[in-house]
Design a protein around this ligand. Sequence first.
Ligand code: AMP
Ligand code: MN
Length: 335
Amino acid sequence: MTQTPVASEPPILRVRDAIRRRQRFLLTSHARPDGDSIGSQLAMAFALDALGKDVRLVNADRAPDHYQGFPGMDRIEIVARVDTSAVDAVIVMECGDLERTGVAGLDHPFIINIDHHVGNSLYGAINWHDETAAACAEMVFDAIRALDVPLSFEIATHIYLAILTDTGAFHHSNITPRTFDICRQTVEAGVNPAAMARRVFDSNSSGKLKLMGTLLGSMVLVDDGRLAVLHMDDGMLEACGCTHNDTEGLINLPLTAREIQAVVFFKVTPENAVRVSMRSKYDVDVRKVANAFGGGGHKNAAGFTVEGRLEDVRPDILQRLVVAIAEGLHTRPLP
Ligand code: AMP
Ligand code: MN
């Protein structure tokens, strides 16, 4: 007897049942991967392996170097376009909409959409969207548990990697008891938190240290020192012997200063576009600013890309950030 899904059934159970009933899966996540996209994707891949499923992994971009040694990384194919006709389902993780994947050809009739970003466009046949998850990997962890897959060292490693990075090394305001409960279980499964932190955050090249100096040397403070503005172009990267691979995490440096409530990082691209990344503390909501320019993210970490010259787009962005800081400071929690 075939079971028809009950609309009111919790999405996690619909995801579980959909996975159980299918054999061939394509797993993908967002362009310019981060720890949560890689961790969610590979944790899910190892879980599907354990269930005897056929798994193919594709992403638009290669992950930064410090993720390369993690288990299963070499299984991820880097593609601009994919043919999904040979799979029974496409699982998309960490993507508010399908375009975020950066991969063409993903419009399969059975997409499982698992995401924690505010404003997911519900593009799947099954949409499991939980804005309260500190990382998409918290949801993947729950799915893996629902599927009765044991927490192997590989799965635990990827879940921890995702949570460690997506919480900004436990700095963001989206952390809950559930976050630590999941981390506890991953540590019980063999994850070494000290080794993970060193491997992810302390594996800079000496060129990257130089780049930090250059960036901080040209940092501008506005809004009475509450907003730090960083900007970078390819020339700065070259001068320090760096590539885009070396830029992850740089945006967090100014937030280590007590007075600074938000940071905006402008990356000028050769294609006359500006890639804008933002980070903030506590209740300063930079996602609102990203939304105003067609981007997205979370309260404390968001981004977008705008066409045009930096000097033309910059004033409006800074003005909106100053407003976000003023609003956020009203509701600032006690430390
Ligand atoms: P980033 O500054 O690129 O590290 O991104 C910070 C957060 O914002 C991550 O959760 C991203 O997924 C999200 N984000 C960045 N750029 C975009 C975009 N263009 N659209 C939607 N979300 C974005
Ligand atoms: Mn995430």
